[in-house]
Ligand binder design. Structure first.
Ligand SMILES: [Zn+2]
Length: 266
């Protein structure tokens, strides 16, 4: 069930904002409208009351109120006082948000720490940009950062595959070893170099795909049929068994292992 009762804290915010709107904003609103002037004394009082900064992080001198609902409750009261003055008070956030989003390294690391865990892992990089940068410039730089991150991820993946295979622990490299693991359903992540193709044979009995010449299938004794590309079949089998397939676009140490390998489930 959804409750619509405000918490004690929310009621406190609402009453404070309402009182400020009633006592300070309303009496000044019509005069500011008529003279077309900014009522600086009202803004000064709003600042002193914390109405401009309550939603910013405490380490920047804000009130640390993160709840969007609390902001809505406060805004409703302030704008009841005067929509124009309310816009100026609320407009402070418009200027502060880019600083929170795009400030210095220090600011960014603080900002990142405040993101939910699932979001933190999605941030692949940051970059400084001029305020006057065009949409295309920002996009181009973002793509570059994205590609660099992708390259780092691929390098790390290949390292893990090669290391695990060398230790004989949940990793395999080389075409035949990988095809065996695929047949046994052990492949969690198949890693191949882009464009890799290799002819082979497929058992008509159990579907085992191999790059070798066997008289009979070592798994079921069945007969083999020639296939033009064993890699393509391996990719399909891994995907059907719920595994992942990573295609490498740059040369990597995996090229010394017939350009194919895998992380294994066990
Ligand atoms: Zn077979």
């Amino acid at each position: 069930m959804i409750g619509f009762t405000l918490t004690d804290e929310q009621r406190e915010f609402r009453d404070m904002a309402h009182k400020f709107a009633e006592k300070t904003i309303r009496p000044a609103a019509s005069e500011a409208d008529e003279k077309e002037e900014v009522p600086w004394d009202v803004l000064e009082k709003a600042h002193q009351a914390g109405l401009m900064t309550y939603s910013f992080p405490e380490r920047y001198g804000g009130g640390g109120v993160e709840s969007v609902l609390a902001k809505a409750i406060v805004d409703e009261e302030i704008f009841w006082g005067c929509a124009g003055i309310g816009s100026i008070i609320g407009g402070v956030a418009l200027a502060a948000t880019p600083i929170l989003l795009g400030g210095t390294e220090d600011t960014l690391s603080i900002f990142r720490a405040q993101l939910p865990k699932t979001w933190q892992s999605l941030v692949v990089g940051t970059f400084p940009m001029s305020m006057t940068a065009s949409h295309n410039e920002v996009l181009e730089r973002a793509m570059q950062v994205g590609q660099e991150a992708e390259r780092r991820r691929e390098t790390k993946l290949v390292d893990t595959v090669v290391t695990n295979a060398a230790k004989g622990r949940a990793g395999v490299t080389g075409l035949e070893g990988t095809l065996n693991a695929v047949h046994q359903g052990r492949v969690q992540t198949l890693v191949i170099q882009e464009g890799l193709r290799s002819p082979g044979s497929r058992c008509e009995g159990c579907g085992f795909v191999t790059s070798k010449e066997f008289e009979n299938c070592p798994f079921c004794g069945g007969r083999f049929k020639h296939i033009p590309d064993s890699v393509e079949l391996a990719v399909r089998n891994v995907m059907q068994s719920g595994g992942d397939v990573e295609v490498l676009h740059d040369p990597s140490p995996l090229n010394n292992h017939e350009s194919i390998g895998a992380l294994l489930r066990y």
